[in-house]
Design a protein around this ligand. Structure first.
Ligand SMILES: Nc1ncnc2c1ncn2[C@@H]1O[C@H](COP(=O)(O)OP(=O)(O)OP(=O)(O)O)[C@@H](O)[C@H]1O
Ligand SMILES: [Mg+2]
Length: 274
């Protein structure tokens, strides 16, 4: 699965193009306070990070601390209370095709075929039919679903649906792929296959990814850096750089030690996950 020979990801939607490893996403002093009637929930407080082109950043933190809130602000679906976010130099004040989203619950159109789901964004952007089809087929092949391109979504397994979701996001060549617990609904074996598939995509492209997960093991397996958040209001507790090449050996002493360190940190925030 996830095989293919595609390489380049375009990122120069504006006038500037970015090389792999260059600072690409800037988040500065981000905060979010949800207000309802006379009550307030402070979800995010003073969150700042620069993310490089081609990096995979995971965000881990206690349930309800504000992870999805951060992702929705980057997606332009939610307005920050204060602070700024730019991706490739562009502010994120509304949703756009430069930021692709992959959700835990797939968010696909069940009555449409695989290829029609992957084509949807391009269809809305007015990409001509032939080009649409060609690009959709290329990404369906990257996620290993060639044989199922004409199948309806409701005929697919959970793992296959999630691969359609990933192809649908990647096909638009987003500057950043925003993934909110994308493998959370899958069984352990399928989840491992999806992680391996994502690593292949990272090898073949310079896709920048922000990845939210409850699984510390998954974060250590996949990430260039892991952002550990405190309980709500979420602040950055620690940012951990992982220089090891992928794929990683989950049984290695380094891997297990880092995993334990993060779990210990999260436990201090009262979490029981993983
Ligand atoms: N639309 C909203 N209106 C009011 N409060 C909200 C809204 N969305 C989220 N919240 C609150 O903000 C806080 C953070 O929520 P968020 O969904 O970002 O957390 P999370 O870290 O993604 O949680 P989980 O790990 O359970 O997915 C929670 O206390 C939640 O109740
Ligand atoms: Mg969430």
């Amino acid at each position: 699965m996830f095989d293919g020979s595609n390489k380049e990801q375009t990122s120069d939607k504006g006038s500037v193009s970015y090389a792999e490893g260059e600072d690409f996403i800037h988040i500065e002093n981000l905060s979010k306070i949800y207000k309802r009637d006379d009550s307030e929930t402070v979800a995010i407080e003073d969150f700042s990070i620069n993310i490089k082109k081609g990096e995979l950043i995971s965000i881990v933190g206690p349930s309800g601390c504000g992870k999805t809130t951060i992702l929705r602000m980057i997606a332009g679906l939610l307005e920050p209370t204060s602070g700024t976010i730019t991706v490739a130099g562009h502010p994120c004040d509304k949703p756009g095709p430069d930021r692709g989203m992959v959700f835990q619950d797939f968010a696909l159109m069940p009555w449409r075929s695989v290829i029609k789901n992957v084509e949807l964004g391009m269809e809305m952007a007015g990409v001509p039919k032939e080009e649409r089809r060609k690009r959709a087929e290329e990404y369906i092949s990257i996620v290993g679903l060639e044989k199922f391109k004409d199948a309806r979504i409701n005929e697919l397994s959970g793992g296959m649906k999630q691969r359609v979701g990933i192809a649908r996001a990647l096909v638009n060549h987003p500057d950043v792929l925003l993934m909110d617990e994308p493998f959370g609904a899958l069984d352990a074996q399928t989840r491992n296959l999806m992680q391996a598939g994502l690593i292949k995509i990272l090898d073949k492209t310079d896709q920048t990814i922000i990845f939210i997960t409850h699984s510390v093991d998954e974060a250590v397996y996949l990430s260039d850096r892991i952002v550990v958040l405190t309980k709500r209001p979420a602040k950055i507790k620690e940012i951990i750089e992982i220089p090891w090449p992928r794929p990683r050996d989950r049984a290695s002493p380094d891997f297990t030690a880092l995993r334990k360190h993060i779990l210990d940190e999260l436990e201090k925030e009262n979490v029981l996950d993983d």
